[in-house]
Ligand binder design. Structure first.
Ligand SMILES: [Zn+2]
Length: 445
């Protein structure tokens, strides 16, 4: 995949934000170093400890200590000795190809479950029908994941990642806003963790896709970006100053539910005329159904296919969607001024045809500067699944762990002071850190 070039000087290290170093306790610094080393192993594997020290600028002893930790935690394996003309032949480090993550991309009508390794390679993938009832729907997913675990019993499973078509409260890890799938409020994480003793991480599809670009993709050096998913709805994820913005209760970035016309058609969120009512794949299908009611039961891919075959009504419908997509991107640009806007899904698979219209709409009313670059990821399915894996990787990586360690320490202090108060009661349930069948399970909440 071609990297997206940043206008700014690249640090060569992805995901790591120096603003974070302001927290600078010694274990935060250690975890940042750990992330830097892990990132370098991922991008340069197989690589020697000496090369890691040279590239990172860290002391060789620091690199060795981190490497031992990563090997012990099973993120990294030690492989063959490097060929050198003379002297000691160092052994090379690579990501552990035996460690995998169970993932699922949950959509309003179907879910895709997969097993994916640390390099983003798919070992198994399966599409499942989904029902509106959350308990039954989640059970279908659990049964599939159990089959997948049995198929890959010889591997270490790091955790479960879910990409969802709605907003997830990052603290409570519950789905709190999901206009196109009636699962809000249902404890998806709890239901899965009860039956499969692996930790579940979940986030909305747009955040997952943006994380996928950060972990496996092309974002090297880019610190300000927005990613827009175009499917049944329109979702947005924001990278600002190098950090993923979630906002209070994880609700930042709901541009899809900002009205373009308050007197417009009803939206699934309950209000009227939201951007997604005009710019989603569902909107394009509606435009087409208005032009040709007899052919109303198409999928978006069939509609795009018709347009590729020069069907005039299909082109009109998708042009209308593209125009509204560009109008909405103006909101994002005005609010955030990103360097790049990444688009995934729907009409991006026919970008040479519809892209120029989107870009023209966006360019029409820029404030004082040129429009951001637009890049498309046509294969939204892969992006969402890799993003679900990145959720687990991110949660279990060093930097994130320190933040949650601090949060945990704060919670313990609060609990202690509550327990000390007269009449207080409360209990702390311990989480299992090992599955009964011996498969490794990292507990780093
Ligand atoms: Zn809405």
């Amino acid at each position: 995949m071609k990297p997206i070039k940043s206008n700014r000087r690249s640090t060569g290290i992805q995901r790591i934000d120096l603003a974070y170093a302001k927290l600078a306790s010694s274990h935060v610094a250690r975890d940042i170093n750990r992330d830097v080393v892990l990132e370098l192993i991922r991008t340069r594997q197989p690589v020697s400890r000496a090369d890691l020290a040279r590239i990172s600028g860290l002391q060789p002893s620091t690199v060795s200590a981190i490497a031992e930790q990563l090997i012990e935690e099973k993120w990294v394996t030690e492989g063959a000795a490097a060929k050198r003309p003379r002297g000691r032949r160092p052994t090379l480090l690579s990501l552990n190809g035996n460690m995998v993550i169970l993932v699922a991309d949950i959509r309003p009508n179907q879910a895709i479950a997969a097993v994916i390794d640390l390099n983003g390679r798919f070992l198994e993938r399966q599409t499942l029908p989904l029902v509106a009832d959350p308990e039954r729907g989640v059970q279908v997913l659990i049964d599939c994941m159990k089959r997948m675990l049995a198929n890959h019993a010889e591997r270490s499973v790091e955790g479960i990642g879910l990409s969802l078509p709605g907003r997830v409260d990052p603290m409570k890890q519950t789905l709190i806003l999901s206009p196109n799938l009636p699962w809000s409020g249902y404890d998806i994480k709890g239901a899965i963790e009860k039956e499969i003793a692996l930790q579940v991480e979940m986030d909305n599809a747009a955040n997952a896709c943006l994380l996928s670009e950060l972990w496996f993709g092309r974002m090297n050096g880019i610190r300000d970006a927005a990613l827009v998913t175009i499917s049944e709805g329109v979702g947005t994820a924001i990278l600002a100053n190098g950090l993923l913005v979630t906002g209070r209760a994880g609700l930042a970035g709901e541009f899809g539910h900002i009205p373009l016309d308050p007197s417009g058609p009803k939206c699934s969120c309950g209000r009227s005329g939201c951007w997604e009512v005009y710019a989603s794949s569902r909107a394009a299908l509606k435009y087409f159904a208005e032009l040709r009611p007899s052919d109303a039961r198409l999928t978006i891919f069939e509609l795009i296919n018709l347009a590729e075959n020069e069907d005039a009504d299909a082109i009109t419908a998708l042009n209308r969607q593209a125009s509204f997509l560009g109008k909405g991107l103006r909101m994002i640009t005005t609010a955030l001024s990103p360097e790049v806007i990444l688009l995934t899904g729907g009409l991006t698979s026919s970008w040479s045809r519809f892209g120029p219209l989107v870009e023209a709409e966006l360019a029409e009313s820029m404030l004082g500067t040129t429009p951001p670059r637009i890049e498309v990821t046509a294969d939204v399915e892969l992006a969402r699944l890799r993003g679900a894996a990145a959720l687990v990787l991110q949660r279990h990586s060093g930097a994130k762990r320190s933040m949650t360690d601090e949060r945990k320490a704060k919670a313990v202090r609060a609990r202690k002071s509550r327990a000390a108060a007269p009449g207080a009661s409360g209990s702390v349930a311990a989480k299992p850190n090992r599955r009964k069948d011996g498969v490794r399970f990292a507990t780093r909440p």
